[in-house]
Design a protein around this ligand. Structure first.
Ligand code: SF4
Length: 427
């Protein structure tokens, strides 16, 4: 107050009261918004936001064991957040590891997806709604205080996907333009959102996600009977691809999606065939897989949790499709359409195909190198470059090229004309 008077010596008491009232309204509004965000807690407990979903999964699994599971102690307790920390996830983003605020515009929803804690009619969900102004202001407060750097924004659906998407976009407009925030924003696109909304979202955010939830229309019916896979969801991903094609020079958000794994009888084969199409035809940056975990007071509350190892194997296979030039047909599936849990999919393939016909590191094409366990895209490129200069003689030479565990590759390769010594090198 002394500062105000010193800067504005001609202020009347009326002016002063008005300023103090305005300040206290603003402080109160910010406090209210932070309280609401805290009440929402980690609404995205099952939704990864960044580039290392497995790490996020470990964190959220520990929390979910404690808070969500019907098999956990205190199962009658609805989830209730107790601190703002629960709403902040340390997420791996293209700009590095960031403390990202994961929150929602509203936890109310008019839809009834069977797996979702925010589904209509679930009395154990505390319904909290926050305005775009409040939410953007609270994010700005946290960001300036150094508590967060990054925003993951979603919402339940109220008055349809278009109206809800407007609120999400309004929030991000305020964050970007009023508060001049230039950092990482991951924005959800609501089912049924319009083309122009998607375009606007893609210019504002770094990443947009459209959750398909299930790989086929039938599976989606079992999970979310009010969602239409093609009309409301896949069409938006097709628009995103069209927008990128029409605006090649514009900086636009990348697109990701997520599947709920194992609650609708979905098989790995179905999930990976759909993932392959999403990568090849619609150029998605990432497909997330979220192992189903039952939520009390939902129609699926008595289904068992899905083994997190299944989620891990799906990620391994998905990277082979996205980064290694594999097709879903290259992978091994059992009669039930699932991959064996006990085996790394790349190693399984190599055990069947390379153990008796190893890959010659000195002459193999890039696509062949990428079939070898332990050799990824960077390693394959380093090998191709090194071969132009000379011969690669042993495993330690591979290690020097950045291949961290060349002994994994050893059973499947020829080095300097012979199978390498598979003893682990000491240096
Ligand atoms: S639309 Fe989204 S928030 Fe609403 S019930 Fe379905 S998954 Fe949950």
């Amino acid at each position: 107050m002394v500062l105000i008077v010193a800067h504005f010596p001609k202020l009347t008491f009326e002016h002063l009261f008005a300023i103090i009232k305005g300040m206290s309204i603003s402080i109160q509004s910010s406090a209210d918004a932070l309280t609401k965000i805290t009440q929402m807690g980690d609404m995205t407990l099952y939704e990864p936001a960044g580039d290392q979903p497995q790490v996020e999964r470990l964190n959220r699994h520990a929390r979910s064991q404690e808070l969500w599971s019907p098999h956990a102690p205190g199962q009658a307790q609805p989830y209730q957040s107790h601190s703002l920390e629960e709403c902040i996830s340390h997420v791996s983003t293209p700009k590095g590891q960031m403390p990202v605020l994961k929150t929602m515009v509203t936890t109310a929803c008019e839809r009834n997806c069977f797996y979702c804690p925010f589904r209509a009619g679930r009395s154990q969900t505390k319904r909290v709604t926050i305005t775009p102004d409040q939410l953007a202001g609270a994010f700005d407060t946290l960001q300036r205080a150094g508590r967060v750097d990054g925003l993951f924004l979603s919402s339940g659906i109220i008055k349809g996907g278009v109206t809800t998407q407007d609120k999400l976009i309004d929030t991000v407009e305020i964050v970007r333009h009023k508060y001049q925030y230039r950092g990482y924003i991951h924005l959800k696109i609501m089912p049924g959102a319009e083309y122009d909304q998607l375009l606007r979202a893609m210019t504002l955010a770094d990443r947009v996600s459209v959750n398909l939830e299930a790989p086929t229309p039938d599976r989606l019916q079992t999970l979310a009977p009010k969602k239409d896979l093609h009309r409301e969801l896949i069409q938006i991903l097709q628009w995103a691809e069209e927008i990128r094609r029409k605006n090649p020079d514009q900086r636009l958000a990348r697109t990701v999606t997520q599947f709920v794994v194992g609650a609708a009888g979905d098989t790995d084969l179905e999930l990976l065939l759909t993932s392959e199409r999403l990568y090849q035809q619609l150029h998605l940056t990432r497909v997330y897989y979220s192992a189903f975990h039952p939520v009390i007071q939902t129609p699926l509350e008595n289904l068992p949790s899905v083994d997190p190892l299944r989620e891990f194997r799906l990620y391994q296979a998905s990277f082979l499709l996205r980064d290694y030039g594999w097709s879903a047909e290259d992978l091994s599936f059992g009669a039930d359409g699932n991959m064996p849990l006990e085996a790394d999919p790349k190693k399984s393939w190599a055990d069947q195909h390379l153990i008796h016909t190893p890959v010659d590191i000195q002459t193999a094409e890039r696509s062949q190198l990428l079939r070898v366990p332990g050799i990824g895209p960077k390693g394959a490129d380093a090998i191709l470059k090194a071969r132009r200069i000379g011969r690669i003689l042993d495993l330690s030479a591979l290690r020097k090229l950045g291949i961290r565990a060349p002994e994994q590759a050893a059973p499947y390769i020829i080095l300097n004309g012979r199978r390498p010594d598979q003893q682990r090198s000491l240096f």
